[in-house]
Design a protein around this ligand. Structure first.
Ligand code: HEM
Length: 115
């Protein structure tokens, strides 16, 4: 089980890199649109997040708080919806784009600081 959790966490961090890195690169290019790295990153975060939310730690005290997981799931679903339904648009609003990056940073902060 520990091996599975570590593999899921590894892929979860790759998804995070794709989502945040895709958004940062796109933002710095000056053209605000959804790129494939952002789309795949948001999908990977949802899939690996659900896997990591499973009781893989062999002990109730070791599992993350259900409220933390619920908050992360809601934020990740918001990110996915904002990425998925705008993926074909040539340009998206600045607020929409920054919200995707901002919510990604919020979800990483929830992961790290909510203990
Ligand atoms: C955009 C979406 C997401 C981002 C940016 C994100 C970010 C992160 C980061 C940076 C970590 C590593 C922190 C650490 O190891 O202490 C992490 C771990 C974790 N994430 Fe996410 N996450 C996202 C979505 C989700 C979702 C949807 C879930 C499930 C509801 C989830 C559940 C977890 C769990 C359980 C861990 C801890 C893994 C462990 O140590 O066993 N994440 N996340």
């Amino acid at each position: 089980m520990e091996e599975l959790r570590l593999v899921l966490l590894y892929v979860h961090l790759i998804g995070f890199a794709l989502l945040l890195g895709g958004a940062a690169t796109q933002y710095l290019s000056g053209r605000l649109r959804i790129n494939p790295a952002m789309l795949w990153g948001s999908v990977i975060q949802l899939l690996t997040g659900v896997g990591l939310a499973a009781p893989l730690r062999g002990g109730e005290d070791e599992e993350p708080a259900p409220a933390k997981l619920a908050v992360k799931a809601v934020i990740a679903l918001m990110i996915f919806a904002m990425v998925f339904f705008s993926r074909k648009r040539a340009d998206v609003n600045r607020g929409h784009f920054l919200a995707i990056g901002g919510l990604t940073l919020v979800n990483a902060a929830v992961a790290i600081f909510w203990r």
